[in-house]
Design a protein around this ligand. Structure first.
Ligand code: PLP
Length: 357
């Protein structure tokens, strides 16, 4: 099966094979990682190695904490205001899709969620032009969603927020290409798209932003407490953390984020170039803001969707149904999707036009 699901998503085959090999007996320990105490030295070494590899792969500066939390990105965008408002009246949100909207709604429970810019009136088909952003210099932070998974809209560069900490939901493009972490105050993302099994949520946060959580913040969600306890304040998502560590090593072996990024660009170009060269399929997103990770496309008539999906399934292509908010199809091209997988999809799309178009 070639899996184009938006998440949980395909993982590198070699990683799955290694998990299989180590499943019953992790490196002579006589135990599965699933059975280990998180306080034992075996798991502590797995956890520390994963953080070291992530720091190396992503180029995370020493003044940033790396947290391996739970609750998914939804928990993170709900507790970011609790941790980062730091007594300020509110924060700025730049909306490029439904996930950013949800994040802003959560912030509204604790402070003012100022919509500094939004492309909702254009059905989230672009990043709002920079000149239209109304940033508040007193905002506690500026929140963006670097890749909106549903709409297929991605920031192609990192906005300058004039010294106000930039907070980014990177759930669907984390580790998909090199970025300069030092331009961000906080980055978060669930593991289940580019990193590993659902369960672990990665938070990368600059030192000086933690330690001022609102008094009502649950202890287990206070970044300072999580950092002080090396993400083991309570039982972490041990198995997911372990598999994520194997994926960080896989990224290193593939040549790091530069090589991964170049491949992701080639993969998405293959699909966009085909879509742009014909009239049957359409992608509505402004070319400059098109996502390398999630490519939504529509057929000329929604009545063809079911037939397209049926034929795709027969050709071993799965997970292509678009999100209900957008309709049509969506091909997710996360790190573990191969170039050959995308080529197979394009061949199938051509064949569908030839026979039914
Ligand atoms: N943010 C983005 C950009 C997403 O794509 C998703 C899930 O697909 C979420 C947040 C929510 O993630 P979770 O299910 O881990 O809470």
């Amino acid at each position: 099966i070639i899996n184009f699901s938006a998440g949980p998503a395909t993982l590198p085959l070699t990683v799955l094979q290694q998990v299989q090999e180590e499943l019953l007996d992790w490196r002579g320990s006589g135990m599965s990682v699933m059975e280990m105490s998180h306080r034992d030295k075996e798991f502590m070494s797995i956890a520390a190695e994963a953080e070291k590899d992530l720091r190396e792969v992503a180029g995370i500066p020493a003044n940033y904490k790396v947290l391996f939390m739970q609750g998914g990105a939804t928990a993170q965008f709900s507790l970011i205001p609790l941790n980062l408002l730091r007594g300020k009246a509110g924060a700025d949100y730049v909306l490029t899709g439904d996930w950013g909207k949800k994040a802003a709604k959560e912030c509204g429970k604790y402070g003012k969620a100022n919509v500094a810019a939004s492309s909702e009136s254009e059905k989230f088909t672009k990043v709002p032009d920079r000149a239209s952003w109304k940033l508040d210099p007193d905002a506690a932070y500026v929140h963006i969603t670097t890749n909106e998974t549903i709409h297929g809209v991605q920031f192609q560069d990192t906005p300058d927020t004039g010294g106000v900490p930039l907070v980014a939901d990177m759930s669907s493009d984390i580790l998909s290409r090199p970025i300069d972490i030092s331009k961000f105050g906080l980055i978060y993302g669930g593991a289940q798209k580019n990193i590993g099994p659902a369960g672990v949520t990665i938070v990368i946060v600059r030192d000086d932003l933690i330690g001022q959580a609102a008094a009502m913040t649950p202890g287990v969600f206070d970044y300072k407490a999580v950092a002080d306890n090396e993400s083991m304040l309570n039982t972490p998502a041990c198995f997911s953390w372990y598999v994520s560590g194997l994926v960080f090593k896989w990224i290193k072996n593939e040549g790091g984020l530069a090589a991964i990024g170049a491949r992701n660009q080639r993969k998405s170009s293959l699909l966009y170039d085909y879509i742009d060269a014909q009239d049957f399929y359409k992608n509505p997103v402004a070319k400059k803001d098109r996502s390398w990770m999630n490519v939504p496309f529509t057929l000329p008539n929604p009545e063809l969707d079911a037939e397209f999906l049926k034929g795709a399934k027969a050709a071993s292509l799965s997970g292509l149904k678009g999100h209900r908010a957008v309709g049509g199809m969506r091909a997710s091209l996360y790190n573990a999707m191969t170039e050959a997988g995308v080529a197979t999809l394009v061949d199938y799309m051509k064949e569908f036009v030839r026979t039914r178009g």
